[in-house]
Design a protein around this ligand. Structure first.
Ligand code: PAF
Length: 282
């Protein structure tokens, strides 16, 4: 496995792989890897000749300076995990290698076709502009055949599909299921920042989401939304930022249970912001 920091060195490797007609499976990450990331990496390894993983805590997608500063980083540990999962190249650039100062200071503009008006887009203004900015740069550099994303970031995945369709990247996006801890808590790099007590409380998020599938049988979408928010807010240290049930294709608020639906939630557990989601109808 090679650890590469420079774009030039990366390009040389990509040229070589392409000249040999080998396929590339790409997993973009911000590091602090957990079993959820490793599931994507193992799938990329199994389905392609080469697996490339990027580790880059992308400054342009953070709308909160403290969140960026406190985002967990551990390249050495990540590299060991990736090597044993079968990754061939880690691309871990410094910010200056990716962005010029102008790109950092001015928002990257992209037409989201309304997909960013709700949920994460509403509560983290500019977040998805930063995500599209970095993912499009990484796709151009790495030219993957397939790229793997987790469904925990449901809205991000919808936006990446839209981006690939509108920008004609010719890369297949592979949607991968949420990986959960045995308790049900969705795996996240941010879980590392939870105390043991907070981690127990955070389990209530997935517990209430799973229960909501039962009470959804008798309630309207709005009633389910209110009940989920009430039950989670009852748990000390948990504060729901939003819970929305949307059409899983358009991300528009759900009018009736006949539509394909997903409930997406963001909850503060103390200072740590966690997201999760649940499908009601496929
Ligand atoms: O999901 C993430 O970890 C990030 O948003 C991504 C896709 C690596 C872009 O920085």
């Amino acid at each position: 496995m090679r650890l590469i920091n420079s774009k030039t060195e990366l390009s040389t490797e990509i040229q070589l792989i392409k000249t040999n007609n080998k396929t590339i499976g790409f997993v973009p990450t911000m590091g602090a890897l957990h079993e959820g990331h490793l599931a994507l990496v193992k799938r990329a390894v199994a389905e392609n000749d080469f697996c490339i993983v990027s580790i880059f805590v992308n400054p342009t997608q953070f709308n909160n300076a403290t969140d960026l500063e406190k985002y967990p980083r551990n390249l050495e540990k990540d590299a060991k995990l990736l090597e044993s999962a079968g990754c061939k190249i880690i691309f871990a650039p410094e910010s200056e290698e990716i962005y010029n100062p102008e790109e950092i200071n001015n928002r990257f503009e992209f037409d989201f076709n309304g997909l960013d008006n709700v949920m994460e887009g509403k509560f983290r203004p500019g977040h998805f502009n930063g995500v599209v900015q970095i993912v499009s740069k990484l796709f151009s550099l790495i030219q993957p055949d397939k790229a793997y994303f987790g469904e925990k970031d449901f809205q991000q995945l919808a936006i990446i599909h839209h981006m690939v369709n509108t920008m004609d990247f010719g890369v297949e996006i592979v949607d991968c299921h949420i990986v959960r801890e045995p308790s049900g808590l969705a795996m996240s790099s941010r879980n590392e920042r939870l105390t043991e007590d907070q981690r127990k409380k955070a389990v209530e998020i997935s517990k209430v989401l799973f229960e909501s599938r039962n009470f959804a049988l008798k309630l309207s979408p709005t009633e389910v939304i209110n009940r989920v928010i009430d039950e989670i807010n009852k748990v000390p240290e948990l504060t729901v930022e939003y819970f929305e049930i949307v059409n899983s294709n358009t991300l528009l608020p759900l009018a009736s249970w006949a539509e394909p639906s997903v409930g997406c939630i963001a909850v503060f557990c103390g200072e740590v912001r966690l997201i999760d989601n649940i499908r009601y109808k496929l």
